[in-house]
Design a protein around this ligand. Sequence first.
Ligand code: SF4
Length: 163
Amino acid sequence: MKVLVSACLLGENVRWNGANKKVETLSSWALKNGVDLIPICPENDLFGTPRAPIRLVHIEGETRALMKGKNVLADLDLRCEEIYKEHPDVVGFIGISRSPSCGISVGVKNLGRTIKGSMHKTTEVPTVEYNQLRNDKGKQDFLKRVTKAHEYICSRQRSGTCS
Ligand code: SF4
């Protein structure tokens, strides 16, 4: 089963400041459970690394993703849609908290509530933040969801090309 993952969680230095957020146990957990992790980073794809940080702000009735004063929300959404199209056989995504691209419930200044980051709102496959996989129940729940998605995708394919 192929699952997309925020590249910074696998140790790639793609955060805005050139750092990473590596989780040492993630790769071994995936290997043990038949999950093939595919690293992605929409912000590095669009803007390179290092880059200016992006903040979500609600202004004049709309939520914007501001990067040095420019609204890049549409660019982020589009790049994330493209990533899913480039990987049509993925059955899930593991993101990271607070990122406008990879967080599942990201704070928005002046809005008073959180919204989904672009990698979560542009797909129908199961998505989580790594924080939700820190305990056994979270891991089991996610595995059940991606297994179901995998079975559904396989059932729609005529040939045995599921991996
Ligand atoms: S866009 Fe996602 S993968 Fe890239 S650095 Fe930010 S959180 Fe990590």
